[in-house]
Design a protein around this ligand. Structure first.
Ligand SMILES: [Ca+2]
Ligand SMILES: [Ca+2]
Ligand SMILES: [Ca+2]
Length: 338
């Protein structure tokens, strides 16, 4: 059954006087083959208790504070979000997870909509901006038609949404940007695009040809299977290899820094590397092939390919597991056996 996600806006009234401001919320509408509405779910921010920023995450619209009155579609400033080729149910799944994480985080609700006091001012509109951002939708481009940014106060306060997210993608192609905070993102199957952004993030690509980007902070990128594109960003990043290398499983690291970054190799898969710790210097070689029987990791400096060779100069062929830049001054110290 087809689903759509719309962003809606209701005029905010204080004691029946229109404030000139709007409250934003997201609605997923599922219809059947003849266009009848089967369900309407809502994501919205709220104030809980004295000043706690809370959420309603995927509840029924009809039993939420945003339930329909006699207002028309135009009065609700409904704009259906353009999700490209993504399925609305998949996008909603990730949106709900982030809304739940916001609810659990210790974020303060602030009504300082005139920005009179400096600090982390967040309200229900900030929640909606953060939810849109998490699934890779542009915040400015997603505002409902007829609502300007100044009419949606505290929308887009992403730098203050300090949420340590745990997010799981779907079996299909996901786009996830986990924002500030130390996040764990498991993108699941499909060709996913994941950005950890600020914080020390752990990103798992699993199967599929994924695009993983750590951003600022000390990140760990677990690309899994497929031909993945990896960027650690700034900070001390670890690129973790734990799947059997093959032609269908060669990754590309776009920004490996010898000074800052490390390649981690799982010895359950790279069985000839021995026990955990820094790779032995006798097991590393720079060249196009192993030069003696103890070599295990070979860096071809001319084309930037890293090979695993389980028996050095023995009969078993080396196998490429990732491409990095050519001409780097790699040493055994760039490799950690885990
Ligand atoms: Ca992050
Ligand atoms: Ca992958
Ligand atoms: Ca990083």
């Amino acid at each position: 059954m087809p689903s759509v996600i719309a962003i809606e806006a209701k005029p905010l009234e204080f004691e029946d006087i229109d404030s000139g401001f709007f409250h934003l919320y997201l609605v997923k509408t599922q219809t059947d083959a003849s266009g009848r509405v089967i369900s309407e779910k809502v994501i919205r921010g709220s104030m809980e208790g004295f000043d706690d920023l809370g959420t309603i995450a995927g509840a029924n619209l009809a039993s939420s504070p945003d339930r329909r009155g006699s207002d028309t579609t135009a009065e609700r400033h409904r704009t259906v979000l353009d999700l490209g080729t993504r399925n609305a149910d998949d996008v909603w799944n990730v949106m709900v997870q982030h809304a739940v994480n916001i609810d659990r985080a210790d974020l303060r609700y602030s009504l300082d909509i005139g920005r009179q006091i400096s600090g982390d001012d967040l309200n229900s509109n900030s929640v909606i901006a953060s939810v849109l951002h998490t699934v890779g939708l542009g915040v400015a481009a997603s505002l409902p038609v007829g609502v300007s940014r100044s009419e949606a106060p505290l929308y887009g306060q992403l730098q203050f949404m300090k949420v340590d997210d745990t997010l799981s993608g779907t079996a299909n192609r996901d786009r996830i940007a986990s924002g500030v905070g130390n996040d764990t993102v498991r993108s699941g199957g499909g060709d996913d695009s994941v950005s950890g952004e600020n914080g020390d993030d752990r990103l798992y690509g699993s199967s599929g040809n994924d695009n993983l980007s750590g951003g600022n902070g000390n990140d760990r990128l677990y690309s899994g299977w497929g031909n993945d594109i990896l960027r650690g960003g700034s900070g001390k990043d670890a690129f973790v290899f734990y799947s059997t290398p093959s032609a269908a499983n060669i990754d590309t690291i776009r920004d490996f820094s010898v000074a800052n970054d490390t390649i981690w190799l799982e010895n359950k898969v790279f069985t000839a590397l021995g026990s955990a710790g820094v790779l032995k210097s006798s097991a590393f070689w720079t060249g196009d092939a192993a030069h003696d029987a103890t070599d295990r990791i070979v860096y071809d400096r001319d084309d930037g390919v890293l090979y695993y060779d389980q028996d050095g100069t023995g009969a078993v062929e080396q196998v490429a597991f990732t491409k990095i830049a050519a001409g780097l001054r790699m040493t055994n110290a760039d490799f950690q056996i885990v």
